[in-house]
Design a protein around this ligand. Structure first.
Ligand SMILES: [Zn+2]
Length: 296
């Protein structure tokens, strides 16, 4: 684990190292230090946010999406304006909408009061971002790229001159893409990864895997391929008809369920159901009496 706080990417743009190398419940982000100081996400850990604020006031926070490991630090910077994509803004503004977007409820043991004391975090969203707009910070300009799938309003930020892309939770972790909220969308996620492959960035900066400079295209393709592998595993299991519950028991996506297990079983089920819906649409799986079976 590195204790380093900042890595310079450009004269006005820094990578912010999250606690635990940005592993959940933390995340990495960016700091823009141009006309104003701006943070992209705030999941670095409280002491790191305080260290940043000690050297200059943070005027704006851009949240890549509404997940708590990206926004939970907003509360430690109470005077900053918050910007987020218009489709994720409702889940930031209201904890009721957050629960609706995610499908979570208190019985599932989320949010974990130790990791996220005080529960789902709600805040004003002062500016709603849209795809393609240029955020002009004077010495630095970033383009908003709408990359839905993980959440409906997930965004990436792109600095075209140096080819630096902050891709948020399109994060190239070995786990692979995560779409365990009710509002997550598997096909949109596929489209977003493909879009980033097309964009062909020179540097990929991620929320949970740090800064990537080598083999970016190959690594994005491998990340995308994980979705295909999950499809094939499901089809294998469905040579014999199974209920969703029986598929969840196979631990296809999570491989093991950490505590609280009911929460991770819920995420697994949400993701499995999205694959089933996709495979039914592709004519590879059909459903009969609450069970699913692959076509022979
Ligand atoms: Zn996320």
């Amino acid at each position: 684990m590195s204790d380093k706080l900042l890595t310079e990417l450009l004269p006005n743009l820094y990578f912010v190292h999250g606690k635990l190398s940005g592993r959940f419940p933390y995340s990495n982000g960016l700091m823009i230090d141009a006309e104003e100081r701006v943070l992209v996400d705030t999941g670095f850990g409280r002491s790191r946010i305080e260290e940043i604020m000690d050297s200059g006031e943070v005027k704006v926070i851009i949240n890549t999406h509404y997940h708590l490991d990206h926004v939970f630090g907003n509360k430690y910077i109470p005077h900053a304006k918050i910007w987020a994509h218009k489709l994720d803004a409702p889940a930031l503004r209201s904890s009721k909408q957050f629960m609706k977007y995610t499908g979570l409820n208190e019985n599932l043991g989320f949010p974990d009061p130790i990791r996220f004391p005080g529960g789902p975090y709600s805040c004003e969203v002062d500016r709603e971002l849209v795809d393609g707009e240029i955020l002009d910070f004077g010495a630095l300009r970033l383009q908003v790229i709408h990359t839905p799938g993980h959440t409906p309003g997930h965004i990436a930020l792109y600095e075209p001159q140096a080819g630096i892309l902050f891709s948020g939770d399109i994060d190239l972790t070995p786990f692979g893409p995560w779409y365990g909220n009710l509002c997550s969308d598997l096909e949109e996620f596929i489209g977003s990864i493909r879009y980033l492959i097309e964009l062909n960035p020179k540097v990929l900066v991620t929320s949970h895997s740090g800064i990537i400079t080598d083999n970016i295209t190959t690594r994005l393709k491998e990340y995308l391929e994980i979705l295909n592998i999950r499809d094939h595993q499901i089809i294998e299991y469905l040579q014999v008809a199974k209920t969703v519950e029986e598929l969840v028991d196979q631990k296809i996506i999570y491989t093991r369920f950490p505590e609280p297990q009911r929460l991770y079983r819920f995420f697994e089920e949400v993701m499995i159901r999205k694959h089933l819906q996709y495979l039914i649409g592709q004519g590879k799986v059909y459903t009969l009496n609450q069970t699913f079976k692959a076509f022979d």
